[in-house]
Structures are given as structure tokens and as C-alpha cells.
Design a protein around this ligand. Structure first.
Ligand SMILES: [Zn+2]
Length: 342
């Protein structure tokens, strides 16, 4: 099947009461890992690319790899989503390329670092919503800022500086008509999210629950939601790596989020850790090897395992067959006739 809109997948997830993992890609092996995991668990899936990934893959490589994915895995409803678009122009270039969903992160200025004003955020998000919906493309927006920096993008800090204000989130959805809303509840991008197992002091699930109460039909998005499992950190360090001990977002907290309106969960770090651990192991144990396939195959397998595990934990496993793809042109018509609920 062709790529589908993220809105359709998230509407289905809301109906079914589950979440959908959004996994970042930069290359062929990562796309293969995700698609294999989706096939094994019969999951719909969101594949996402950051600006950094688009530049690394020169856009066209990424696009054709995704076309290959839809040909080779026709039974899997697949979304191609732009992660953290920094400006309307970036989002429009993704829409022109064929992305079926874009994130306009207007919580930061175009430099991708400086927290913006509410007015700036509304203005750029509205502009992208108009351009995207005209083509049936989904828009994710962000209110409040996550901590950390990844791929040169992020406000930095611990994640507690710019938590989402629930009342402002409610107003923002009214002002922009975005399809999905990323919120800041104390998480950060990258591996170093928390210095201890997070509790309610640092991971603000109460804020998330309050936002869901005010916006019961809005699809919420959790960014920076790798769990950073100790076993993946250990493999890297066992084979010569030097990671400092760190904590991510526990899967049970994500599952609590899913019970409270979270429909999209961004996971990147866990996959990076799995890949790097597998490659380090091959280098360490068999230093005589030099065929890239000798380490890329185990790397691919390690990432697939993490992705499949998350798909089961988020509840998207087994749901692929329930989704009958709505063509993008039909989605555009539905937005035009206001048949898509805000
Ligand atoms: Zn993010």
C-alpha cells in the first residue's frame, strides 16, 4: 500500500486505545529493521526523519528507500514523518518530497535552539497546517520545549525549564488546528535524560494527564521517549564503550501516557544504542573481520529486536490489518469539508 497519513494511524490508535512508535531513520539498515519488526508484529508504523537525516541521505535516497519499503511490505500501513521541522519552508519541502506527515516545531525559533513566543508558534504552525491539510498531510506541533539537544536541535537544559502549560496547550490547539501535539513533561532528547530512575518530580505525568483532560480528542506525542535500558548501555561499555550511567523514560510510564491520550511515541536513542552495541561486539570479538555486512547484519537484527519489543509494549502489534488506507487526496477533501475532528 502507498504511504498513509499519520492522522489516519493516530485516529485508529485512539479508537483502539493504543500508541504508535515513531522511529528515526538515516539509512537503509534502519528502515529495514523497522519494516521487519512491523511485519513480525503486524504493526502499523511511523518512520520519521529529522532535518539531519534528510541532509545525511540527500533526501532522494531516503525517499526511494521508503518507496522500496512500501513495495516490499505492502501489508504494513506506513507513515513518513518529518521530525522537528524548524520552519514552514522545511515542512513544505518535505510535503513536496512526499512525506505524509510533518512536525512544525514552532516552540523554537528557526535556529532550532531559541525558545520562541506563543505568537510565533501559532503563526508558523497555522501556515504549515494550511499547506499540509490542502494535500491531506498531517501536522504535529509542539508547545513547551523539551530538554537536551540532538542533531543540533533542541533548547538544551534538563527539560524542566519549559514544561507545557495545560491551559496554553488547550488554546494552542484551538488556534492552530494541528492534528497532534508534542508536549514537554520533563523528558529530553538524547541518551542522558535523567540522572536517576525518574519519579513524579522529574517526569511530569500529572501535567500530561491534565492536558489530556483539557484536550480529550487531541493526539498527544511523547518526544525523547527512549527507555535507555541498562542492558543496552552495558553491551556498549562491555565492548570498549564509555557511556555514563543514565536513565530514560520507563515503558510503564509510556503505557500510562497511552492510557491518557498519548498516540505517538518517539524512540531513537534505544535504536542507536542497540546498533552501536552490536557493532562494538563484532569489532571486539572478531577484530579480523572487515566486511561491513559482518557487523551491519547483527546491528540490523539488534535494532529490529528493540523496535519489535516497543511495538508490543505500545499496543500497536496486530493492528496493521485493521487499517484500510485512505488516499491522501481523500484526506485533503476531508480536511476541506471539516470532516476531520480537531
Ligand atoms: Zn523530538
Amino acid at each position: 500500500m502507498p504511504l498513509v497519513s499519520m492522522r489516519q494511524l493516530l485516529d485508529e490508535a485512539a479508537k483502539g486505545g493504543y500508541g504508535v512508535g515513531a522511529f528515526n531513520v538515516n539509512n537503509m539498515e534502519q528502515i529495514q529493521s523497522i519494516m521487519e519488526a512491523a511485519r513480525e508484529t503486524e504493526s502499523p508504523v511511523i518512520v520519521q526523519a529529522s532535518r539531519g537525516a534528510r541532509s545525511y541521505s540527500q533526501d532522494r535516497f531516503l525517499w526511494h528507500l521508503m518507496v522500496a519499503a512500501t513495495e516490499l511490505y505492502p501489508e504494513i500501513p506506513t507513515v513518513l514523518h518529518l521530525d522537528h521541522g524548524n520552519s514552514p519552508a522545511t515542512c513544505k519541502s518535505a510535503i513536496d518530497l512526499g512525506f505524509t506527515s510533518v512536525m512544525m516545531d514552532g516552540s523554537l525559533m528557526e535556529d532550532g535552539k531559541t525558545p520562541s513566543s506563543y505568537e510565533h508558534n501559532v503563526k508558523v504552525t497555522r501556515e504549515v497546517v494550511a499547506a499540509a491539510h490542502a494535500k491531506g498531510v498531517t501536522v504535529e506541533a509542539e508547545i513547551g520545549c523539551l530538554g537536551g539537544i540532538e542533531d543540533g536541535h533542541g533548547a538544551g537544559g534538563s527539560g524542566m525549564e519549559h514544561l507545557t502549560d495545560p491551559a496554553q496547550a488547550e488554546q494552542f490547539v484551538k488556534d492552530t488546528n494541528c492534528d497532534a501535539l508534542a508536549i514537554a513533561i520533563g523528558t529530553s532528547h538524547g541518551a542522558y535524560k535523567f540522572t536517576r530512575k525518574p519519579d513524579g518530580e522529574v517526569l511530569k505525568m500529572d501535567v500530561l494527564i491534565e492536558i489530556h483532560k483539557r484536550l480529550p480528542t487531541t493526539h498527544l506525542v511523547m518526544h525523547g521517549s527512549s527507555s535507555v535500558p541498562k542492558e543496552l548501555q552495558d553491551i556498549i561499555n562491555q565492548y570498549g564503550g564509555k557511556l555514563k550511567q543514565t536513565w530514560g523514560v520507563p515503558v510503564e510510564e509510556i503505557q500510562l501516557g497511552i492510557k491518557n491520550g498519548v498516540r505517538k511515541i518517539n524512540v531513537d536513542t534505544d535504536n542507536r544504542l542497540a546498533i552501536t552495541g552490536a557493532i562494538r561486539k563484532v569489532f571486539f570479538e572478531t577484530p579480523e573481520k572487515f566486511d561491513p555486512r559482518d557487523y551491519l547484519k547483527p546491528a540490523r537484527e539488534a535494532m529490529k529486536k528493540v523496535v519489535a519489543e516497543r511495538m508490543v509494549q505500545f499496543g500497536q502489534a496486530g493492528r496493521a490489518k485493521e487499517i484500510k488506507p485512505i488516499p491522501m487526496a481523500e484526506m485533503a477533501e476531508m480536511y476541506k469539508k471539516q470532516l476531520v475532528n480537531a
